[in-house]
Design a binder for this molecule. Sequence first.
Ligand code: SF4
Ligand code: SF4
Length: 274
Amino acid sequence: MDITRDTLKTWTDSLGLDLVGVASLDGYRDVDPQWNPLSILPKAKSVIVFGKSIPRSYFRGIEEGTLWMRVNRYLPPRPAYYLCRIFEDNGFLAVPCSPLAQDRWPDGVVTKEGKPAPNVMPDINLAGQLAGLGEIGYNGTFLTPEFGARQSLGMCFTEAEIEPNTPFQAGQLCDRANCLACVEGCPAAALSADGATRKVGDQTTTVGTYSEEKCTFCVNGAFPDTSCATAPPNKLAAACTRACIACLEDGGKIKTGYKSKFRRREAWGFDTFE
Ligand code: SF4
Ligand code: SF4
């Protein structure tokens, strides 16, 4: 190994990050070149996913319906920039990836036959699960044992070999068969109770399907994706995800303990076109 996971953790700690995991490129064997890090860095050996918690208090005003605050799914470019510099200072190439909605791409001309069109945009939630940080929940939000749905994620790929984490086993946090609080928590009935299957490395998991129109115009805490009109909105603070935050905490699945419950009264909500 070129770099130990302990060393990587020291680096990400120095950048104030709360989470870091390493995915092996083995998990990308069946991933289409359009979404595959190897299309960007063909000699990549490790995919690094890192995250920072979003304070629970940021959701308080939205939960009360009185103060709208933006909670970002993705980290700004700065931590990835500094992490790549640390890799380069140690002699290894690392490429930052600023996640934007996959719906935004491709949006360019193929530069060489056989190559995917730019931009190639790997799925950060897939990478997060392959890197052992958590799992893609039924409502599509990334969930971790530390913070549930409350984190912003970032990613980079490197040619340094780092011992990979074991991919996170689906179902440890999101009990799809018995929960579906996210489905019940949507006042617009926009999230299906029947999921579609998706591959995560060697695992197969289920994710609900959304009514795109209802979610795009959701009035229950979702924020439009300003990078692309056809991309789904940021649902982190929407009623569906806030129901998930409450159920994971009440179910004792989140490591952080709070003296008060997240959900203190019946949730408010409106049908999208009400
Ligand atoms: S984003 Fe809004 S409309 Fe869509 S599932 Fe969540 S709460 Fe419902
Ligand atoms: S509310 Fe329940 S079923 Fe929905 S994503 Fe969260 S844990 Fe999974």
